[in-house]
Design a protein around this ligand. Sequence first.
Ligand code: ATP
Ligand code: MG
Length: 344
Amino acid sequence: MMISLQNISKTFKTGQMRVEAVKDVSLDIKKGEIFGIIGFSGAGKSTLVRCINLLERPEKGKVIVDGTEITSLYEKELRQKRQSVGMIFQHFNLMPSRTVGENIAYPLRKSGMAKAEIKERVKELLETVGLEDKENSYPGNLSGGQKQRVAIARAIAPRPKVLLCDEATSALDPATTQSVLALLKRINTETGITMVVITHEMAVVKEICDRVAVMENGIIAETGDVARIFTSPEAPVTRSFVESVTGTHKLAKLLEEGASCVRLKPGQVLARLKYLGSSADKALISEVSRLYNVGCNIIFGNMEIVKGSTIGTLSLIFEGREEDIKAAVWHLSQNGVAVEVIKR
Ligand SMILES: Nc1ncnc2c1ncn2[C@@H]1O[C@H](COP(=O)(O)OP(=O)(O)OP(=O)(O)O)[C@@H](O)[C@H]1O
Ligand SMILES: [Mg+2]
């Protein structure tokens, strides 16, 4: 394990107010993995992750990073150990009065590295993040995506073993988000660095994470491989995140609004189909329609590729004789499609 959190609790007290931000959370993160932490605002994600480098000190529990229990270290040892954990933030936190090169060099200078060596390393990092031509620019003259690239270069400069990313792409547009996530993924693959990625977007989890923990009200509601979380979410909060990507919440909204496309006539059945893996490649809808003489009126569909497996969802209205619809549903389920009857 690269990171092991054991029974971590963190309470904030401001005046009369007490907020239990993290409640008895335990979590293991493996070496080299990209581990996602997702949850709604206020769930406790930042607080939990800030416990990994003790930016936030938990009042209970142990934090073990790369074999060292850092919660029991003294200040000096802790400062040294902290160098093995880098961090990036939503708003980049660059030093505005220093150039890109100086920003990246900063942690190296603090570590006492020789000047010539720093120069070499900064050049190498600028190449890694694709900003060779920006060494002498100031952060104020860079785009959001470029700023985050500088922040990434600075964070990985001392070759940390862990990189914590707190909403690192939340201030970026979708295309820039993609390119920054691709950069993080490449750094993970090339250096084997362990990454912890906080996000409130399932799309980010889908894009780069190996495993994910879903947080709610200071606890972890569910942990699992990303593919498993997407195909069979267990906790309600996980479902709502998965549905935000697969679009199934749209169906609930249409029903709520009483939209005409989901109003049923006698003999019609509204269903939601979930395709997993190879079932998504077959022409199953036309097959059942033909075999059982059942009408299939598609309301909407969606398809996602998660870790190489296809996950499709399809909302549709079956029309026909009751036993024919039953047979069609049975045929679909025999072929790896989960059918959920919503309304009849
Ligand atoms: N320094 C602090 N002082 C007092 N309360 C705090 C402090 N930091 C966080 N909290 C509270 O702890 C709870 C968890 O906050 P945290 O920032 O960890 O949530 P989060 O999941 O990161 O949310 P977001 O997605 O909005 O960043 C919230 O109720 C928050 O108000
Ligand atoms: Mg946060």
